[in-house]
Design a protein around this ligand. Structure first.
Ligand SMILES: [Fe+2]
Ligand SMILES: [Fe+2]
Length: 166
């Protein structure tokens, strides 16, 4: 692969690392506040998603190193201090949609320059981000259908019957 092609891919991959790091920070912020509000299941969904985004950072970073680039480990945007659960989900849906769009475009750019390895990574990430979007949308739809109490009731199902005081 010539250096113009690999430099373009390294730029796209590093931008994606930055967006993934922002998502990790944002989702951990949501996780902490949801735990604090006693909304365990939604808190767990954000934590689990943050862990998947960490895997994305690793995949992207490994490709950058393979292309002999440097990994810029800096988030692209600061954390937004959102504490309302429905607003958190709306923000997360917006972030996932933006990531899927960016990765679709990045995959096309890499494909057009005969960089199938980077293209394949971006395409795999599109699938993951769309799955995250779908899970967040499902939660938001349930809040809209059943009201905010849905989240609190969801927490009841999480109580361990053998240790109800936990
Ligand atoms: Fe991701
Ligand atoms: Fe995601």
């Amino acid at each position: 692969m010539d250096s113009i092609v690999s430099n373009l891919a390294i730029g796209l991959l590093n931008k994606s690392v930055a967006d993934e790091l922002s998502a990790i920070h944002q989702y951990m912020y949501f996780h902490l506040h949801l735990e604090d509000q006693g909304l365990g299941p939604l808190a767990q969904l954000f934590k689990q998603t943050a862990i998947i985004e960490m895997g994305h950072v690793e995949t992207l970073a490994e490709r950058i190193l393979f292309l002999k680039g440097e990994v810029e480990m800096a988030p692209s945007t600061p954390v937004e201090k959102i504490t309302d659960p429905a607003a958190m989900l709306a923000k997360a849906i917006e972030m996932e949609k933006a990531s899927a769009n960016d990765y679709n475009r990045a995959g096309q750019e890499c494909g057009a320059r005969a960089d199938a390895g980077s293209k394949q990574i971006f395409e795999e990430l599109v699938g993951d981000e769309e799955a995250h979007q779908g899970r967040f949308e499902k939660q938001l739809e349930s809040i809209q259908r059943f009201g905010p109490a849905y989240l609190a009731l969801q927490s009841f199902g999480n109580v361990d019957p053998s240790n109800p005081g936990a």
